[in-house]
Design a protein around this ligand. Structure first.
Ligand code: 3HC
Length: 302
């Protein structure tokens, strides 16, 4: 049983589909005030609109009272920027920050260094990374403030965050036992089941899921079957809620490729080489649902 989370104020950096979902479960379930940071005003305002839309849907379905929905709306505040610059900087009463910025190692490392300089102990420096080494991010944090590496931890949510009931907690080599326990307790407060993984390439979920998606693209590339038949095989033959190609479109083919490259580069094992088709789809910009085209076509999002 995880201990009480003791988080009084949280911040999420990056208002994309994952960051928005994390802010949502933090405000609604963990009932903590949360600032949502993004350098783009248009991304921020679109995300906050979706946030309100999710709550309104729950109210209209009778799953949430109007009062609880209004309270959740009041707990979230959009802030332009990445939380580390000038007047927009995070306040030092923030106990937990979770970054959900693009999966670019140097970008994340730079952010962790700056965050460590802003947020003193015992604030948790969390990352929603799907594949980047937490140990490396912890080392970057240590260059921003001595001792900060002990407060870095992976807090990995699943897409769509309001629906998927799992959080993977990934300690870096440097993470303290107290940080791990507080991160686990926060996951429970967000109404998620918590699993813990070592800081190994792909952690638990993506070490298994991404090779499956990669293999599915190879089967498609070989011409063995259509996308529909590959996905139907997994839905009806194995009981998965969606097949691997449809799921790749949901996650984003760019994200899938970058995780697959981490597995390949960090292990040096050729079994993880990304499929040629996956690489070319990303080259074409056909990265899935978020752009309206991947293995399938989607209506453009408003
Ligand atoms: N955001 C918010 N809510 C969503 C949503 C989204 N993107 N997509 C669906 N939902 C909600 C729907 O609104 C609906 O809610 P309701 O019960 O209030 O009406 C509910 O989920 C069910 O949706 P649907 O009836 O439209 O469709 P399904 O029953 O097929 O469920 C699904 C959709 C939940 C996405 C289901 O297909 C599923 O579980 N798919 C697998 C998803 C998965 O594997 N995610 C993990 C990806 S890996 C990852 O994220 C890790 C990363 O590191 C790569």
């Amino acid at each position: 049983m995880a201990a009480a989370h003791s988080i009084k104020k949280a911040a999420v950096i990056g208002a994309g589909q994952m960051g928005l979902g994390i802010a949502y479960v933090t405000a609604l379930h963990a009932r903590i005030p949360v600032t949502l940071h993004d350098p783009s005003s248009s991304v921020l305002s679109a995300s906050l609109k979706r946030f309100d839309g999710w709550l309104d849907k729950d109210v209209s379905k009778g799953r949430l009272s109007k009062e609880d929905a209004e309270a959740a709306k009041d707990r979230v505040k959009g802030v332009k920027g990445d939380g580390t610059e000038g007047g927009e900087a995070l306040k030092d009463d923030t106990d937990l920050v979770i970054e959900a910025i693009p999966e670019i190692p140097d970008l994340k490392a730079g952010l962790f260094k700056r965050l460590a300089g802003i947020l003193p102990a015992p604030a948790i420096l969390g990352s929603n990374t799907s594949s980047i080494s937490l140990t490396r991010l912890a080392r970057a944090a240590e260059t921003g403030a001595v001792g900060a590496s002990e407060r870095v931890v992976g807090i990995h949510f699943f897409n769509p965050v309001p629906v998927m009931k799992l959080v993977e907690i990934i300690p870096a080599l440097q993470t303290s036992a107290e940080t791990i326990e507080r991160a686990k307790a926060f996951g429970v407060a967000c109404k998620k089941e918590v699993v813990t993984s070592k800081d190994s390439p792909g952690f638990i979920a993506n070490a298994i899921l991404m090779p499956m998606i990669n293999e599915a693209t190879m089967v498609l590339e070989k011409g063995t079957a259509t996308p529909e038949h590959i996905d139907t095989t997994f839905r009806l033959g194995m009981g998965h809620p969606m097949g691997p190609l449809r799921l790749a479109d949901l996650i984003g083919l760019d994200t899938c490729l970058s995780i697959q490259r981490v597995l390949h580069n960090e292990t040096g094992d050729s079994k993880y080489r990304p499929s040629g088709l996956l690489v070319r789809m990303v080259d074409a910009g056909w990265v899935g649902e978020k752009v309206g085209k991947g293995f399938y076509e989607y209506p453009k999002k408003a």
